[in-house]
Design a protein around this ligand. Structure first.
Ligand SMILES: [Zn+2]
Length: 224
């Protein structure tokens, strides 16, 4: 199914493109949302144990994505998830008090038992260069095509801030089919990446963010 971020196959039309993606327009727990109004609460710590390398990198026509082999885990509150892939949006999809950020990284994990997803979001701001992100943009395929081997210097841990406070809410995939199967965990601390690296990503994907969706009275919890 063809979809895009603007025009006849843009976000407002995703729900009409295909029977499987009706939830994009009819769903009640869609993502992204504005995280600004959050309830401070006791949330379990995020225990992240990722490998230091990615398997492959791909330009899939919607974003740049890195895929990971088995063994990278995210655990919180008694649930364990495995890291599948990392990809990027420009600008950020989640907003804070109506404001977006230059980019957002999504680390997609699957629950070992249930099959649900936990997506860890990291908001990226312009600032000092980040080694991992620099290596990604300097090796990303410039046009859509098959996955290629990822540079071994691409360590996903390099995109994690030291502080792991986070927002948590129940939501969906932000691309068709918009399935409402995602536990969203968006870190409150941003990571800095070089302006020139953001510009490099922008030459491929100037706008690949779904607009904020209605929160429909969902609670957003915040760990601090
Ligand atoms: Zn995403």
């Amino acid at each position: 199914m063809h979809w895009s971020y603007e025009g006849a196959a843009g976000p407002a039309k995703w729900g009409d493109l295909d029977a499987a993606s009706k939830v994009c327009s009819l769903g009640s727990q869609q993502s992204p949302i504005d995280l600004g109004v959050a309830l401070k609460s006791q949330l379990p710590p995020l225990v992240i144990a990722w490998n230091k390398t990615a398997n492959t990198i791909i330009n899939n026509g919607h974003t740049i994505q890195l895929d990971f082999g088995p063994g990278s885990t995210l655990a919180f509150g008694g649930d364990s998830y495995t890291l599948l892939q990392l990809h990027f949006h420009r600008p950020s999809e989640h907003l804070i008090d109506g404001k977006n950020f230059p980019m957002e990284a999504h680390f997609v994990h699957r629950n070992a038992a249930g099959g649900g997803l936990a997506v860890l979001g990291v908001l990226l701001a312009a600032g000092k260069p980040n080694e991992t992100f620099s290596k990604i943009v300097s090796t990303m395929p410039s046009s859509p095509g098959p996955a290629i081997k990822a540079d071994p210097a691409i360590d996903p841990n390099g995109l994690l801030p030291t502080q792991r406070n986070y927002y948590r809410y129940a939501g969906s995939l932000t691309t068709p089919p918009c399935s409402e199967i995602v536990e969203w965990l968006v870190l409150t601390d941003t990571m800095e990446v070089a302006d020139t690296d953001i510009a490099q990503f922008t030459t491929l994907y100037p706008m690949n963010a779904r607009p904020a969706q209605k929160d429909n009275r969902r609670y957003v919890l915040r760990s601090s």
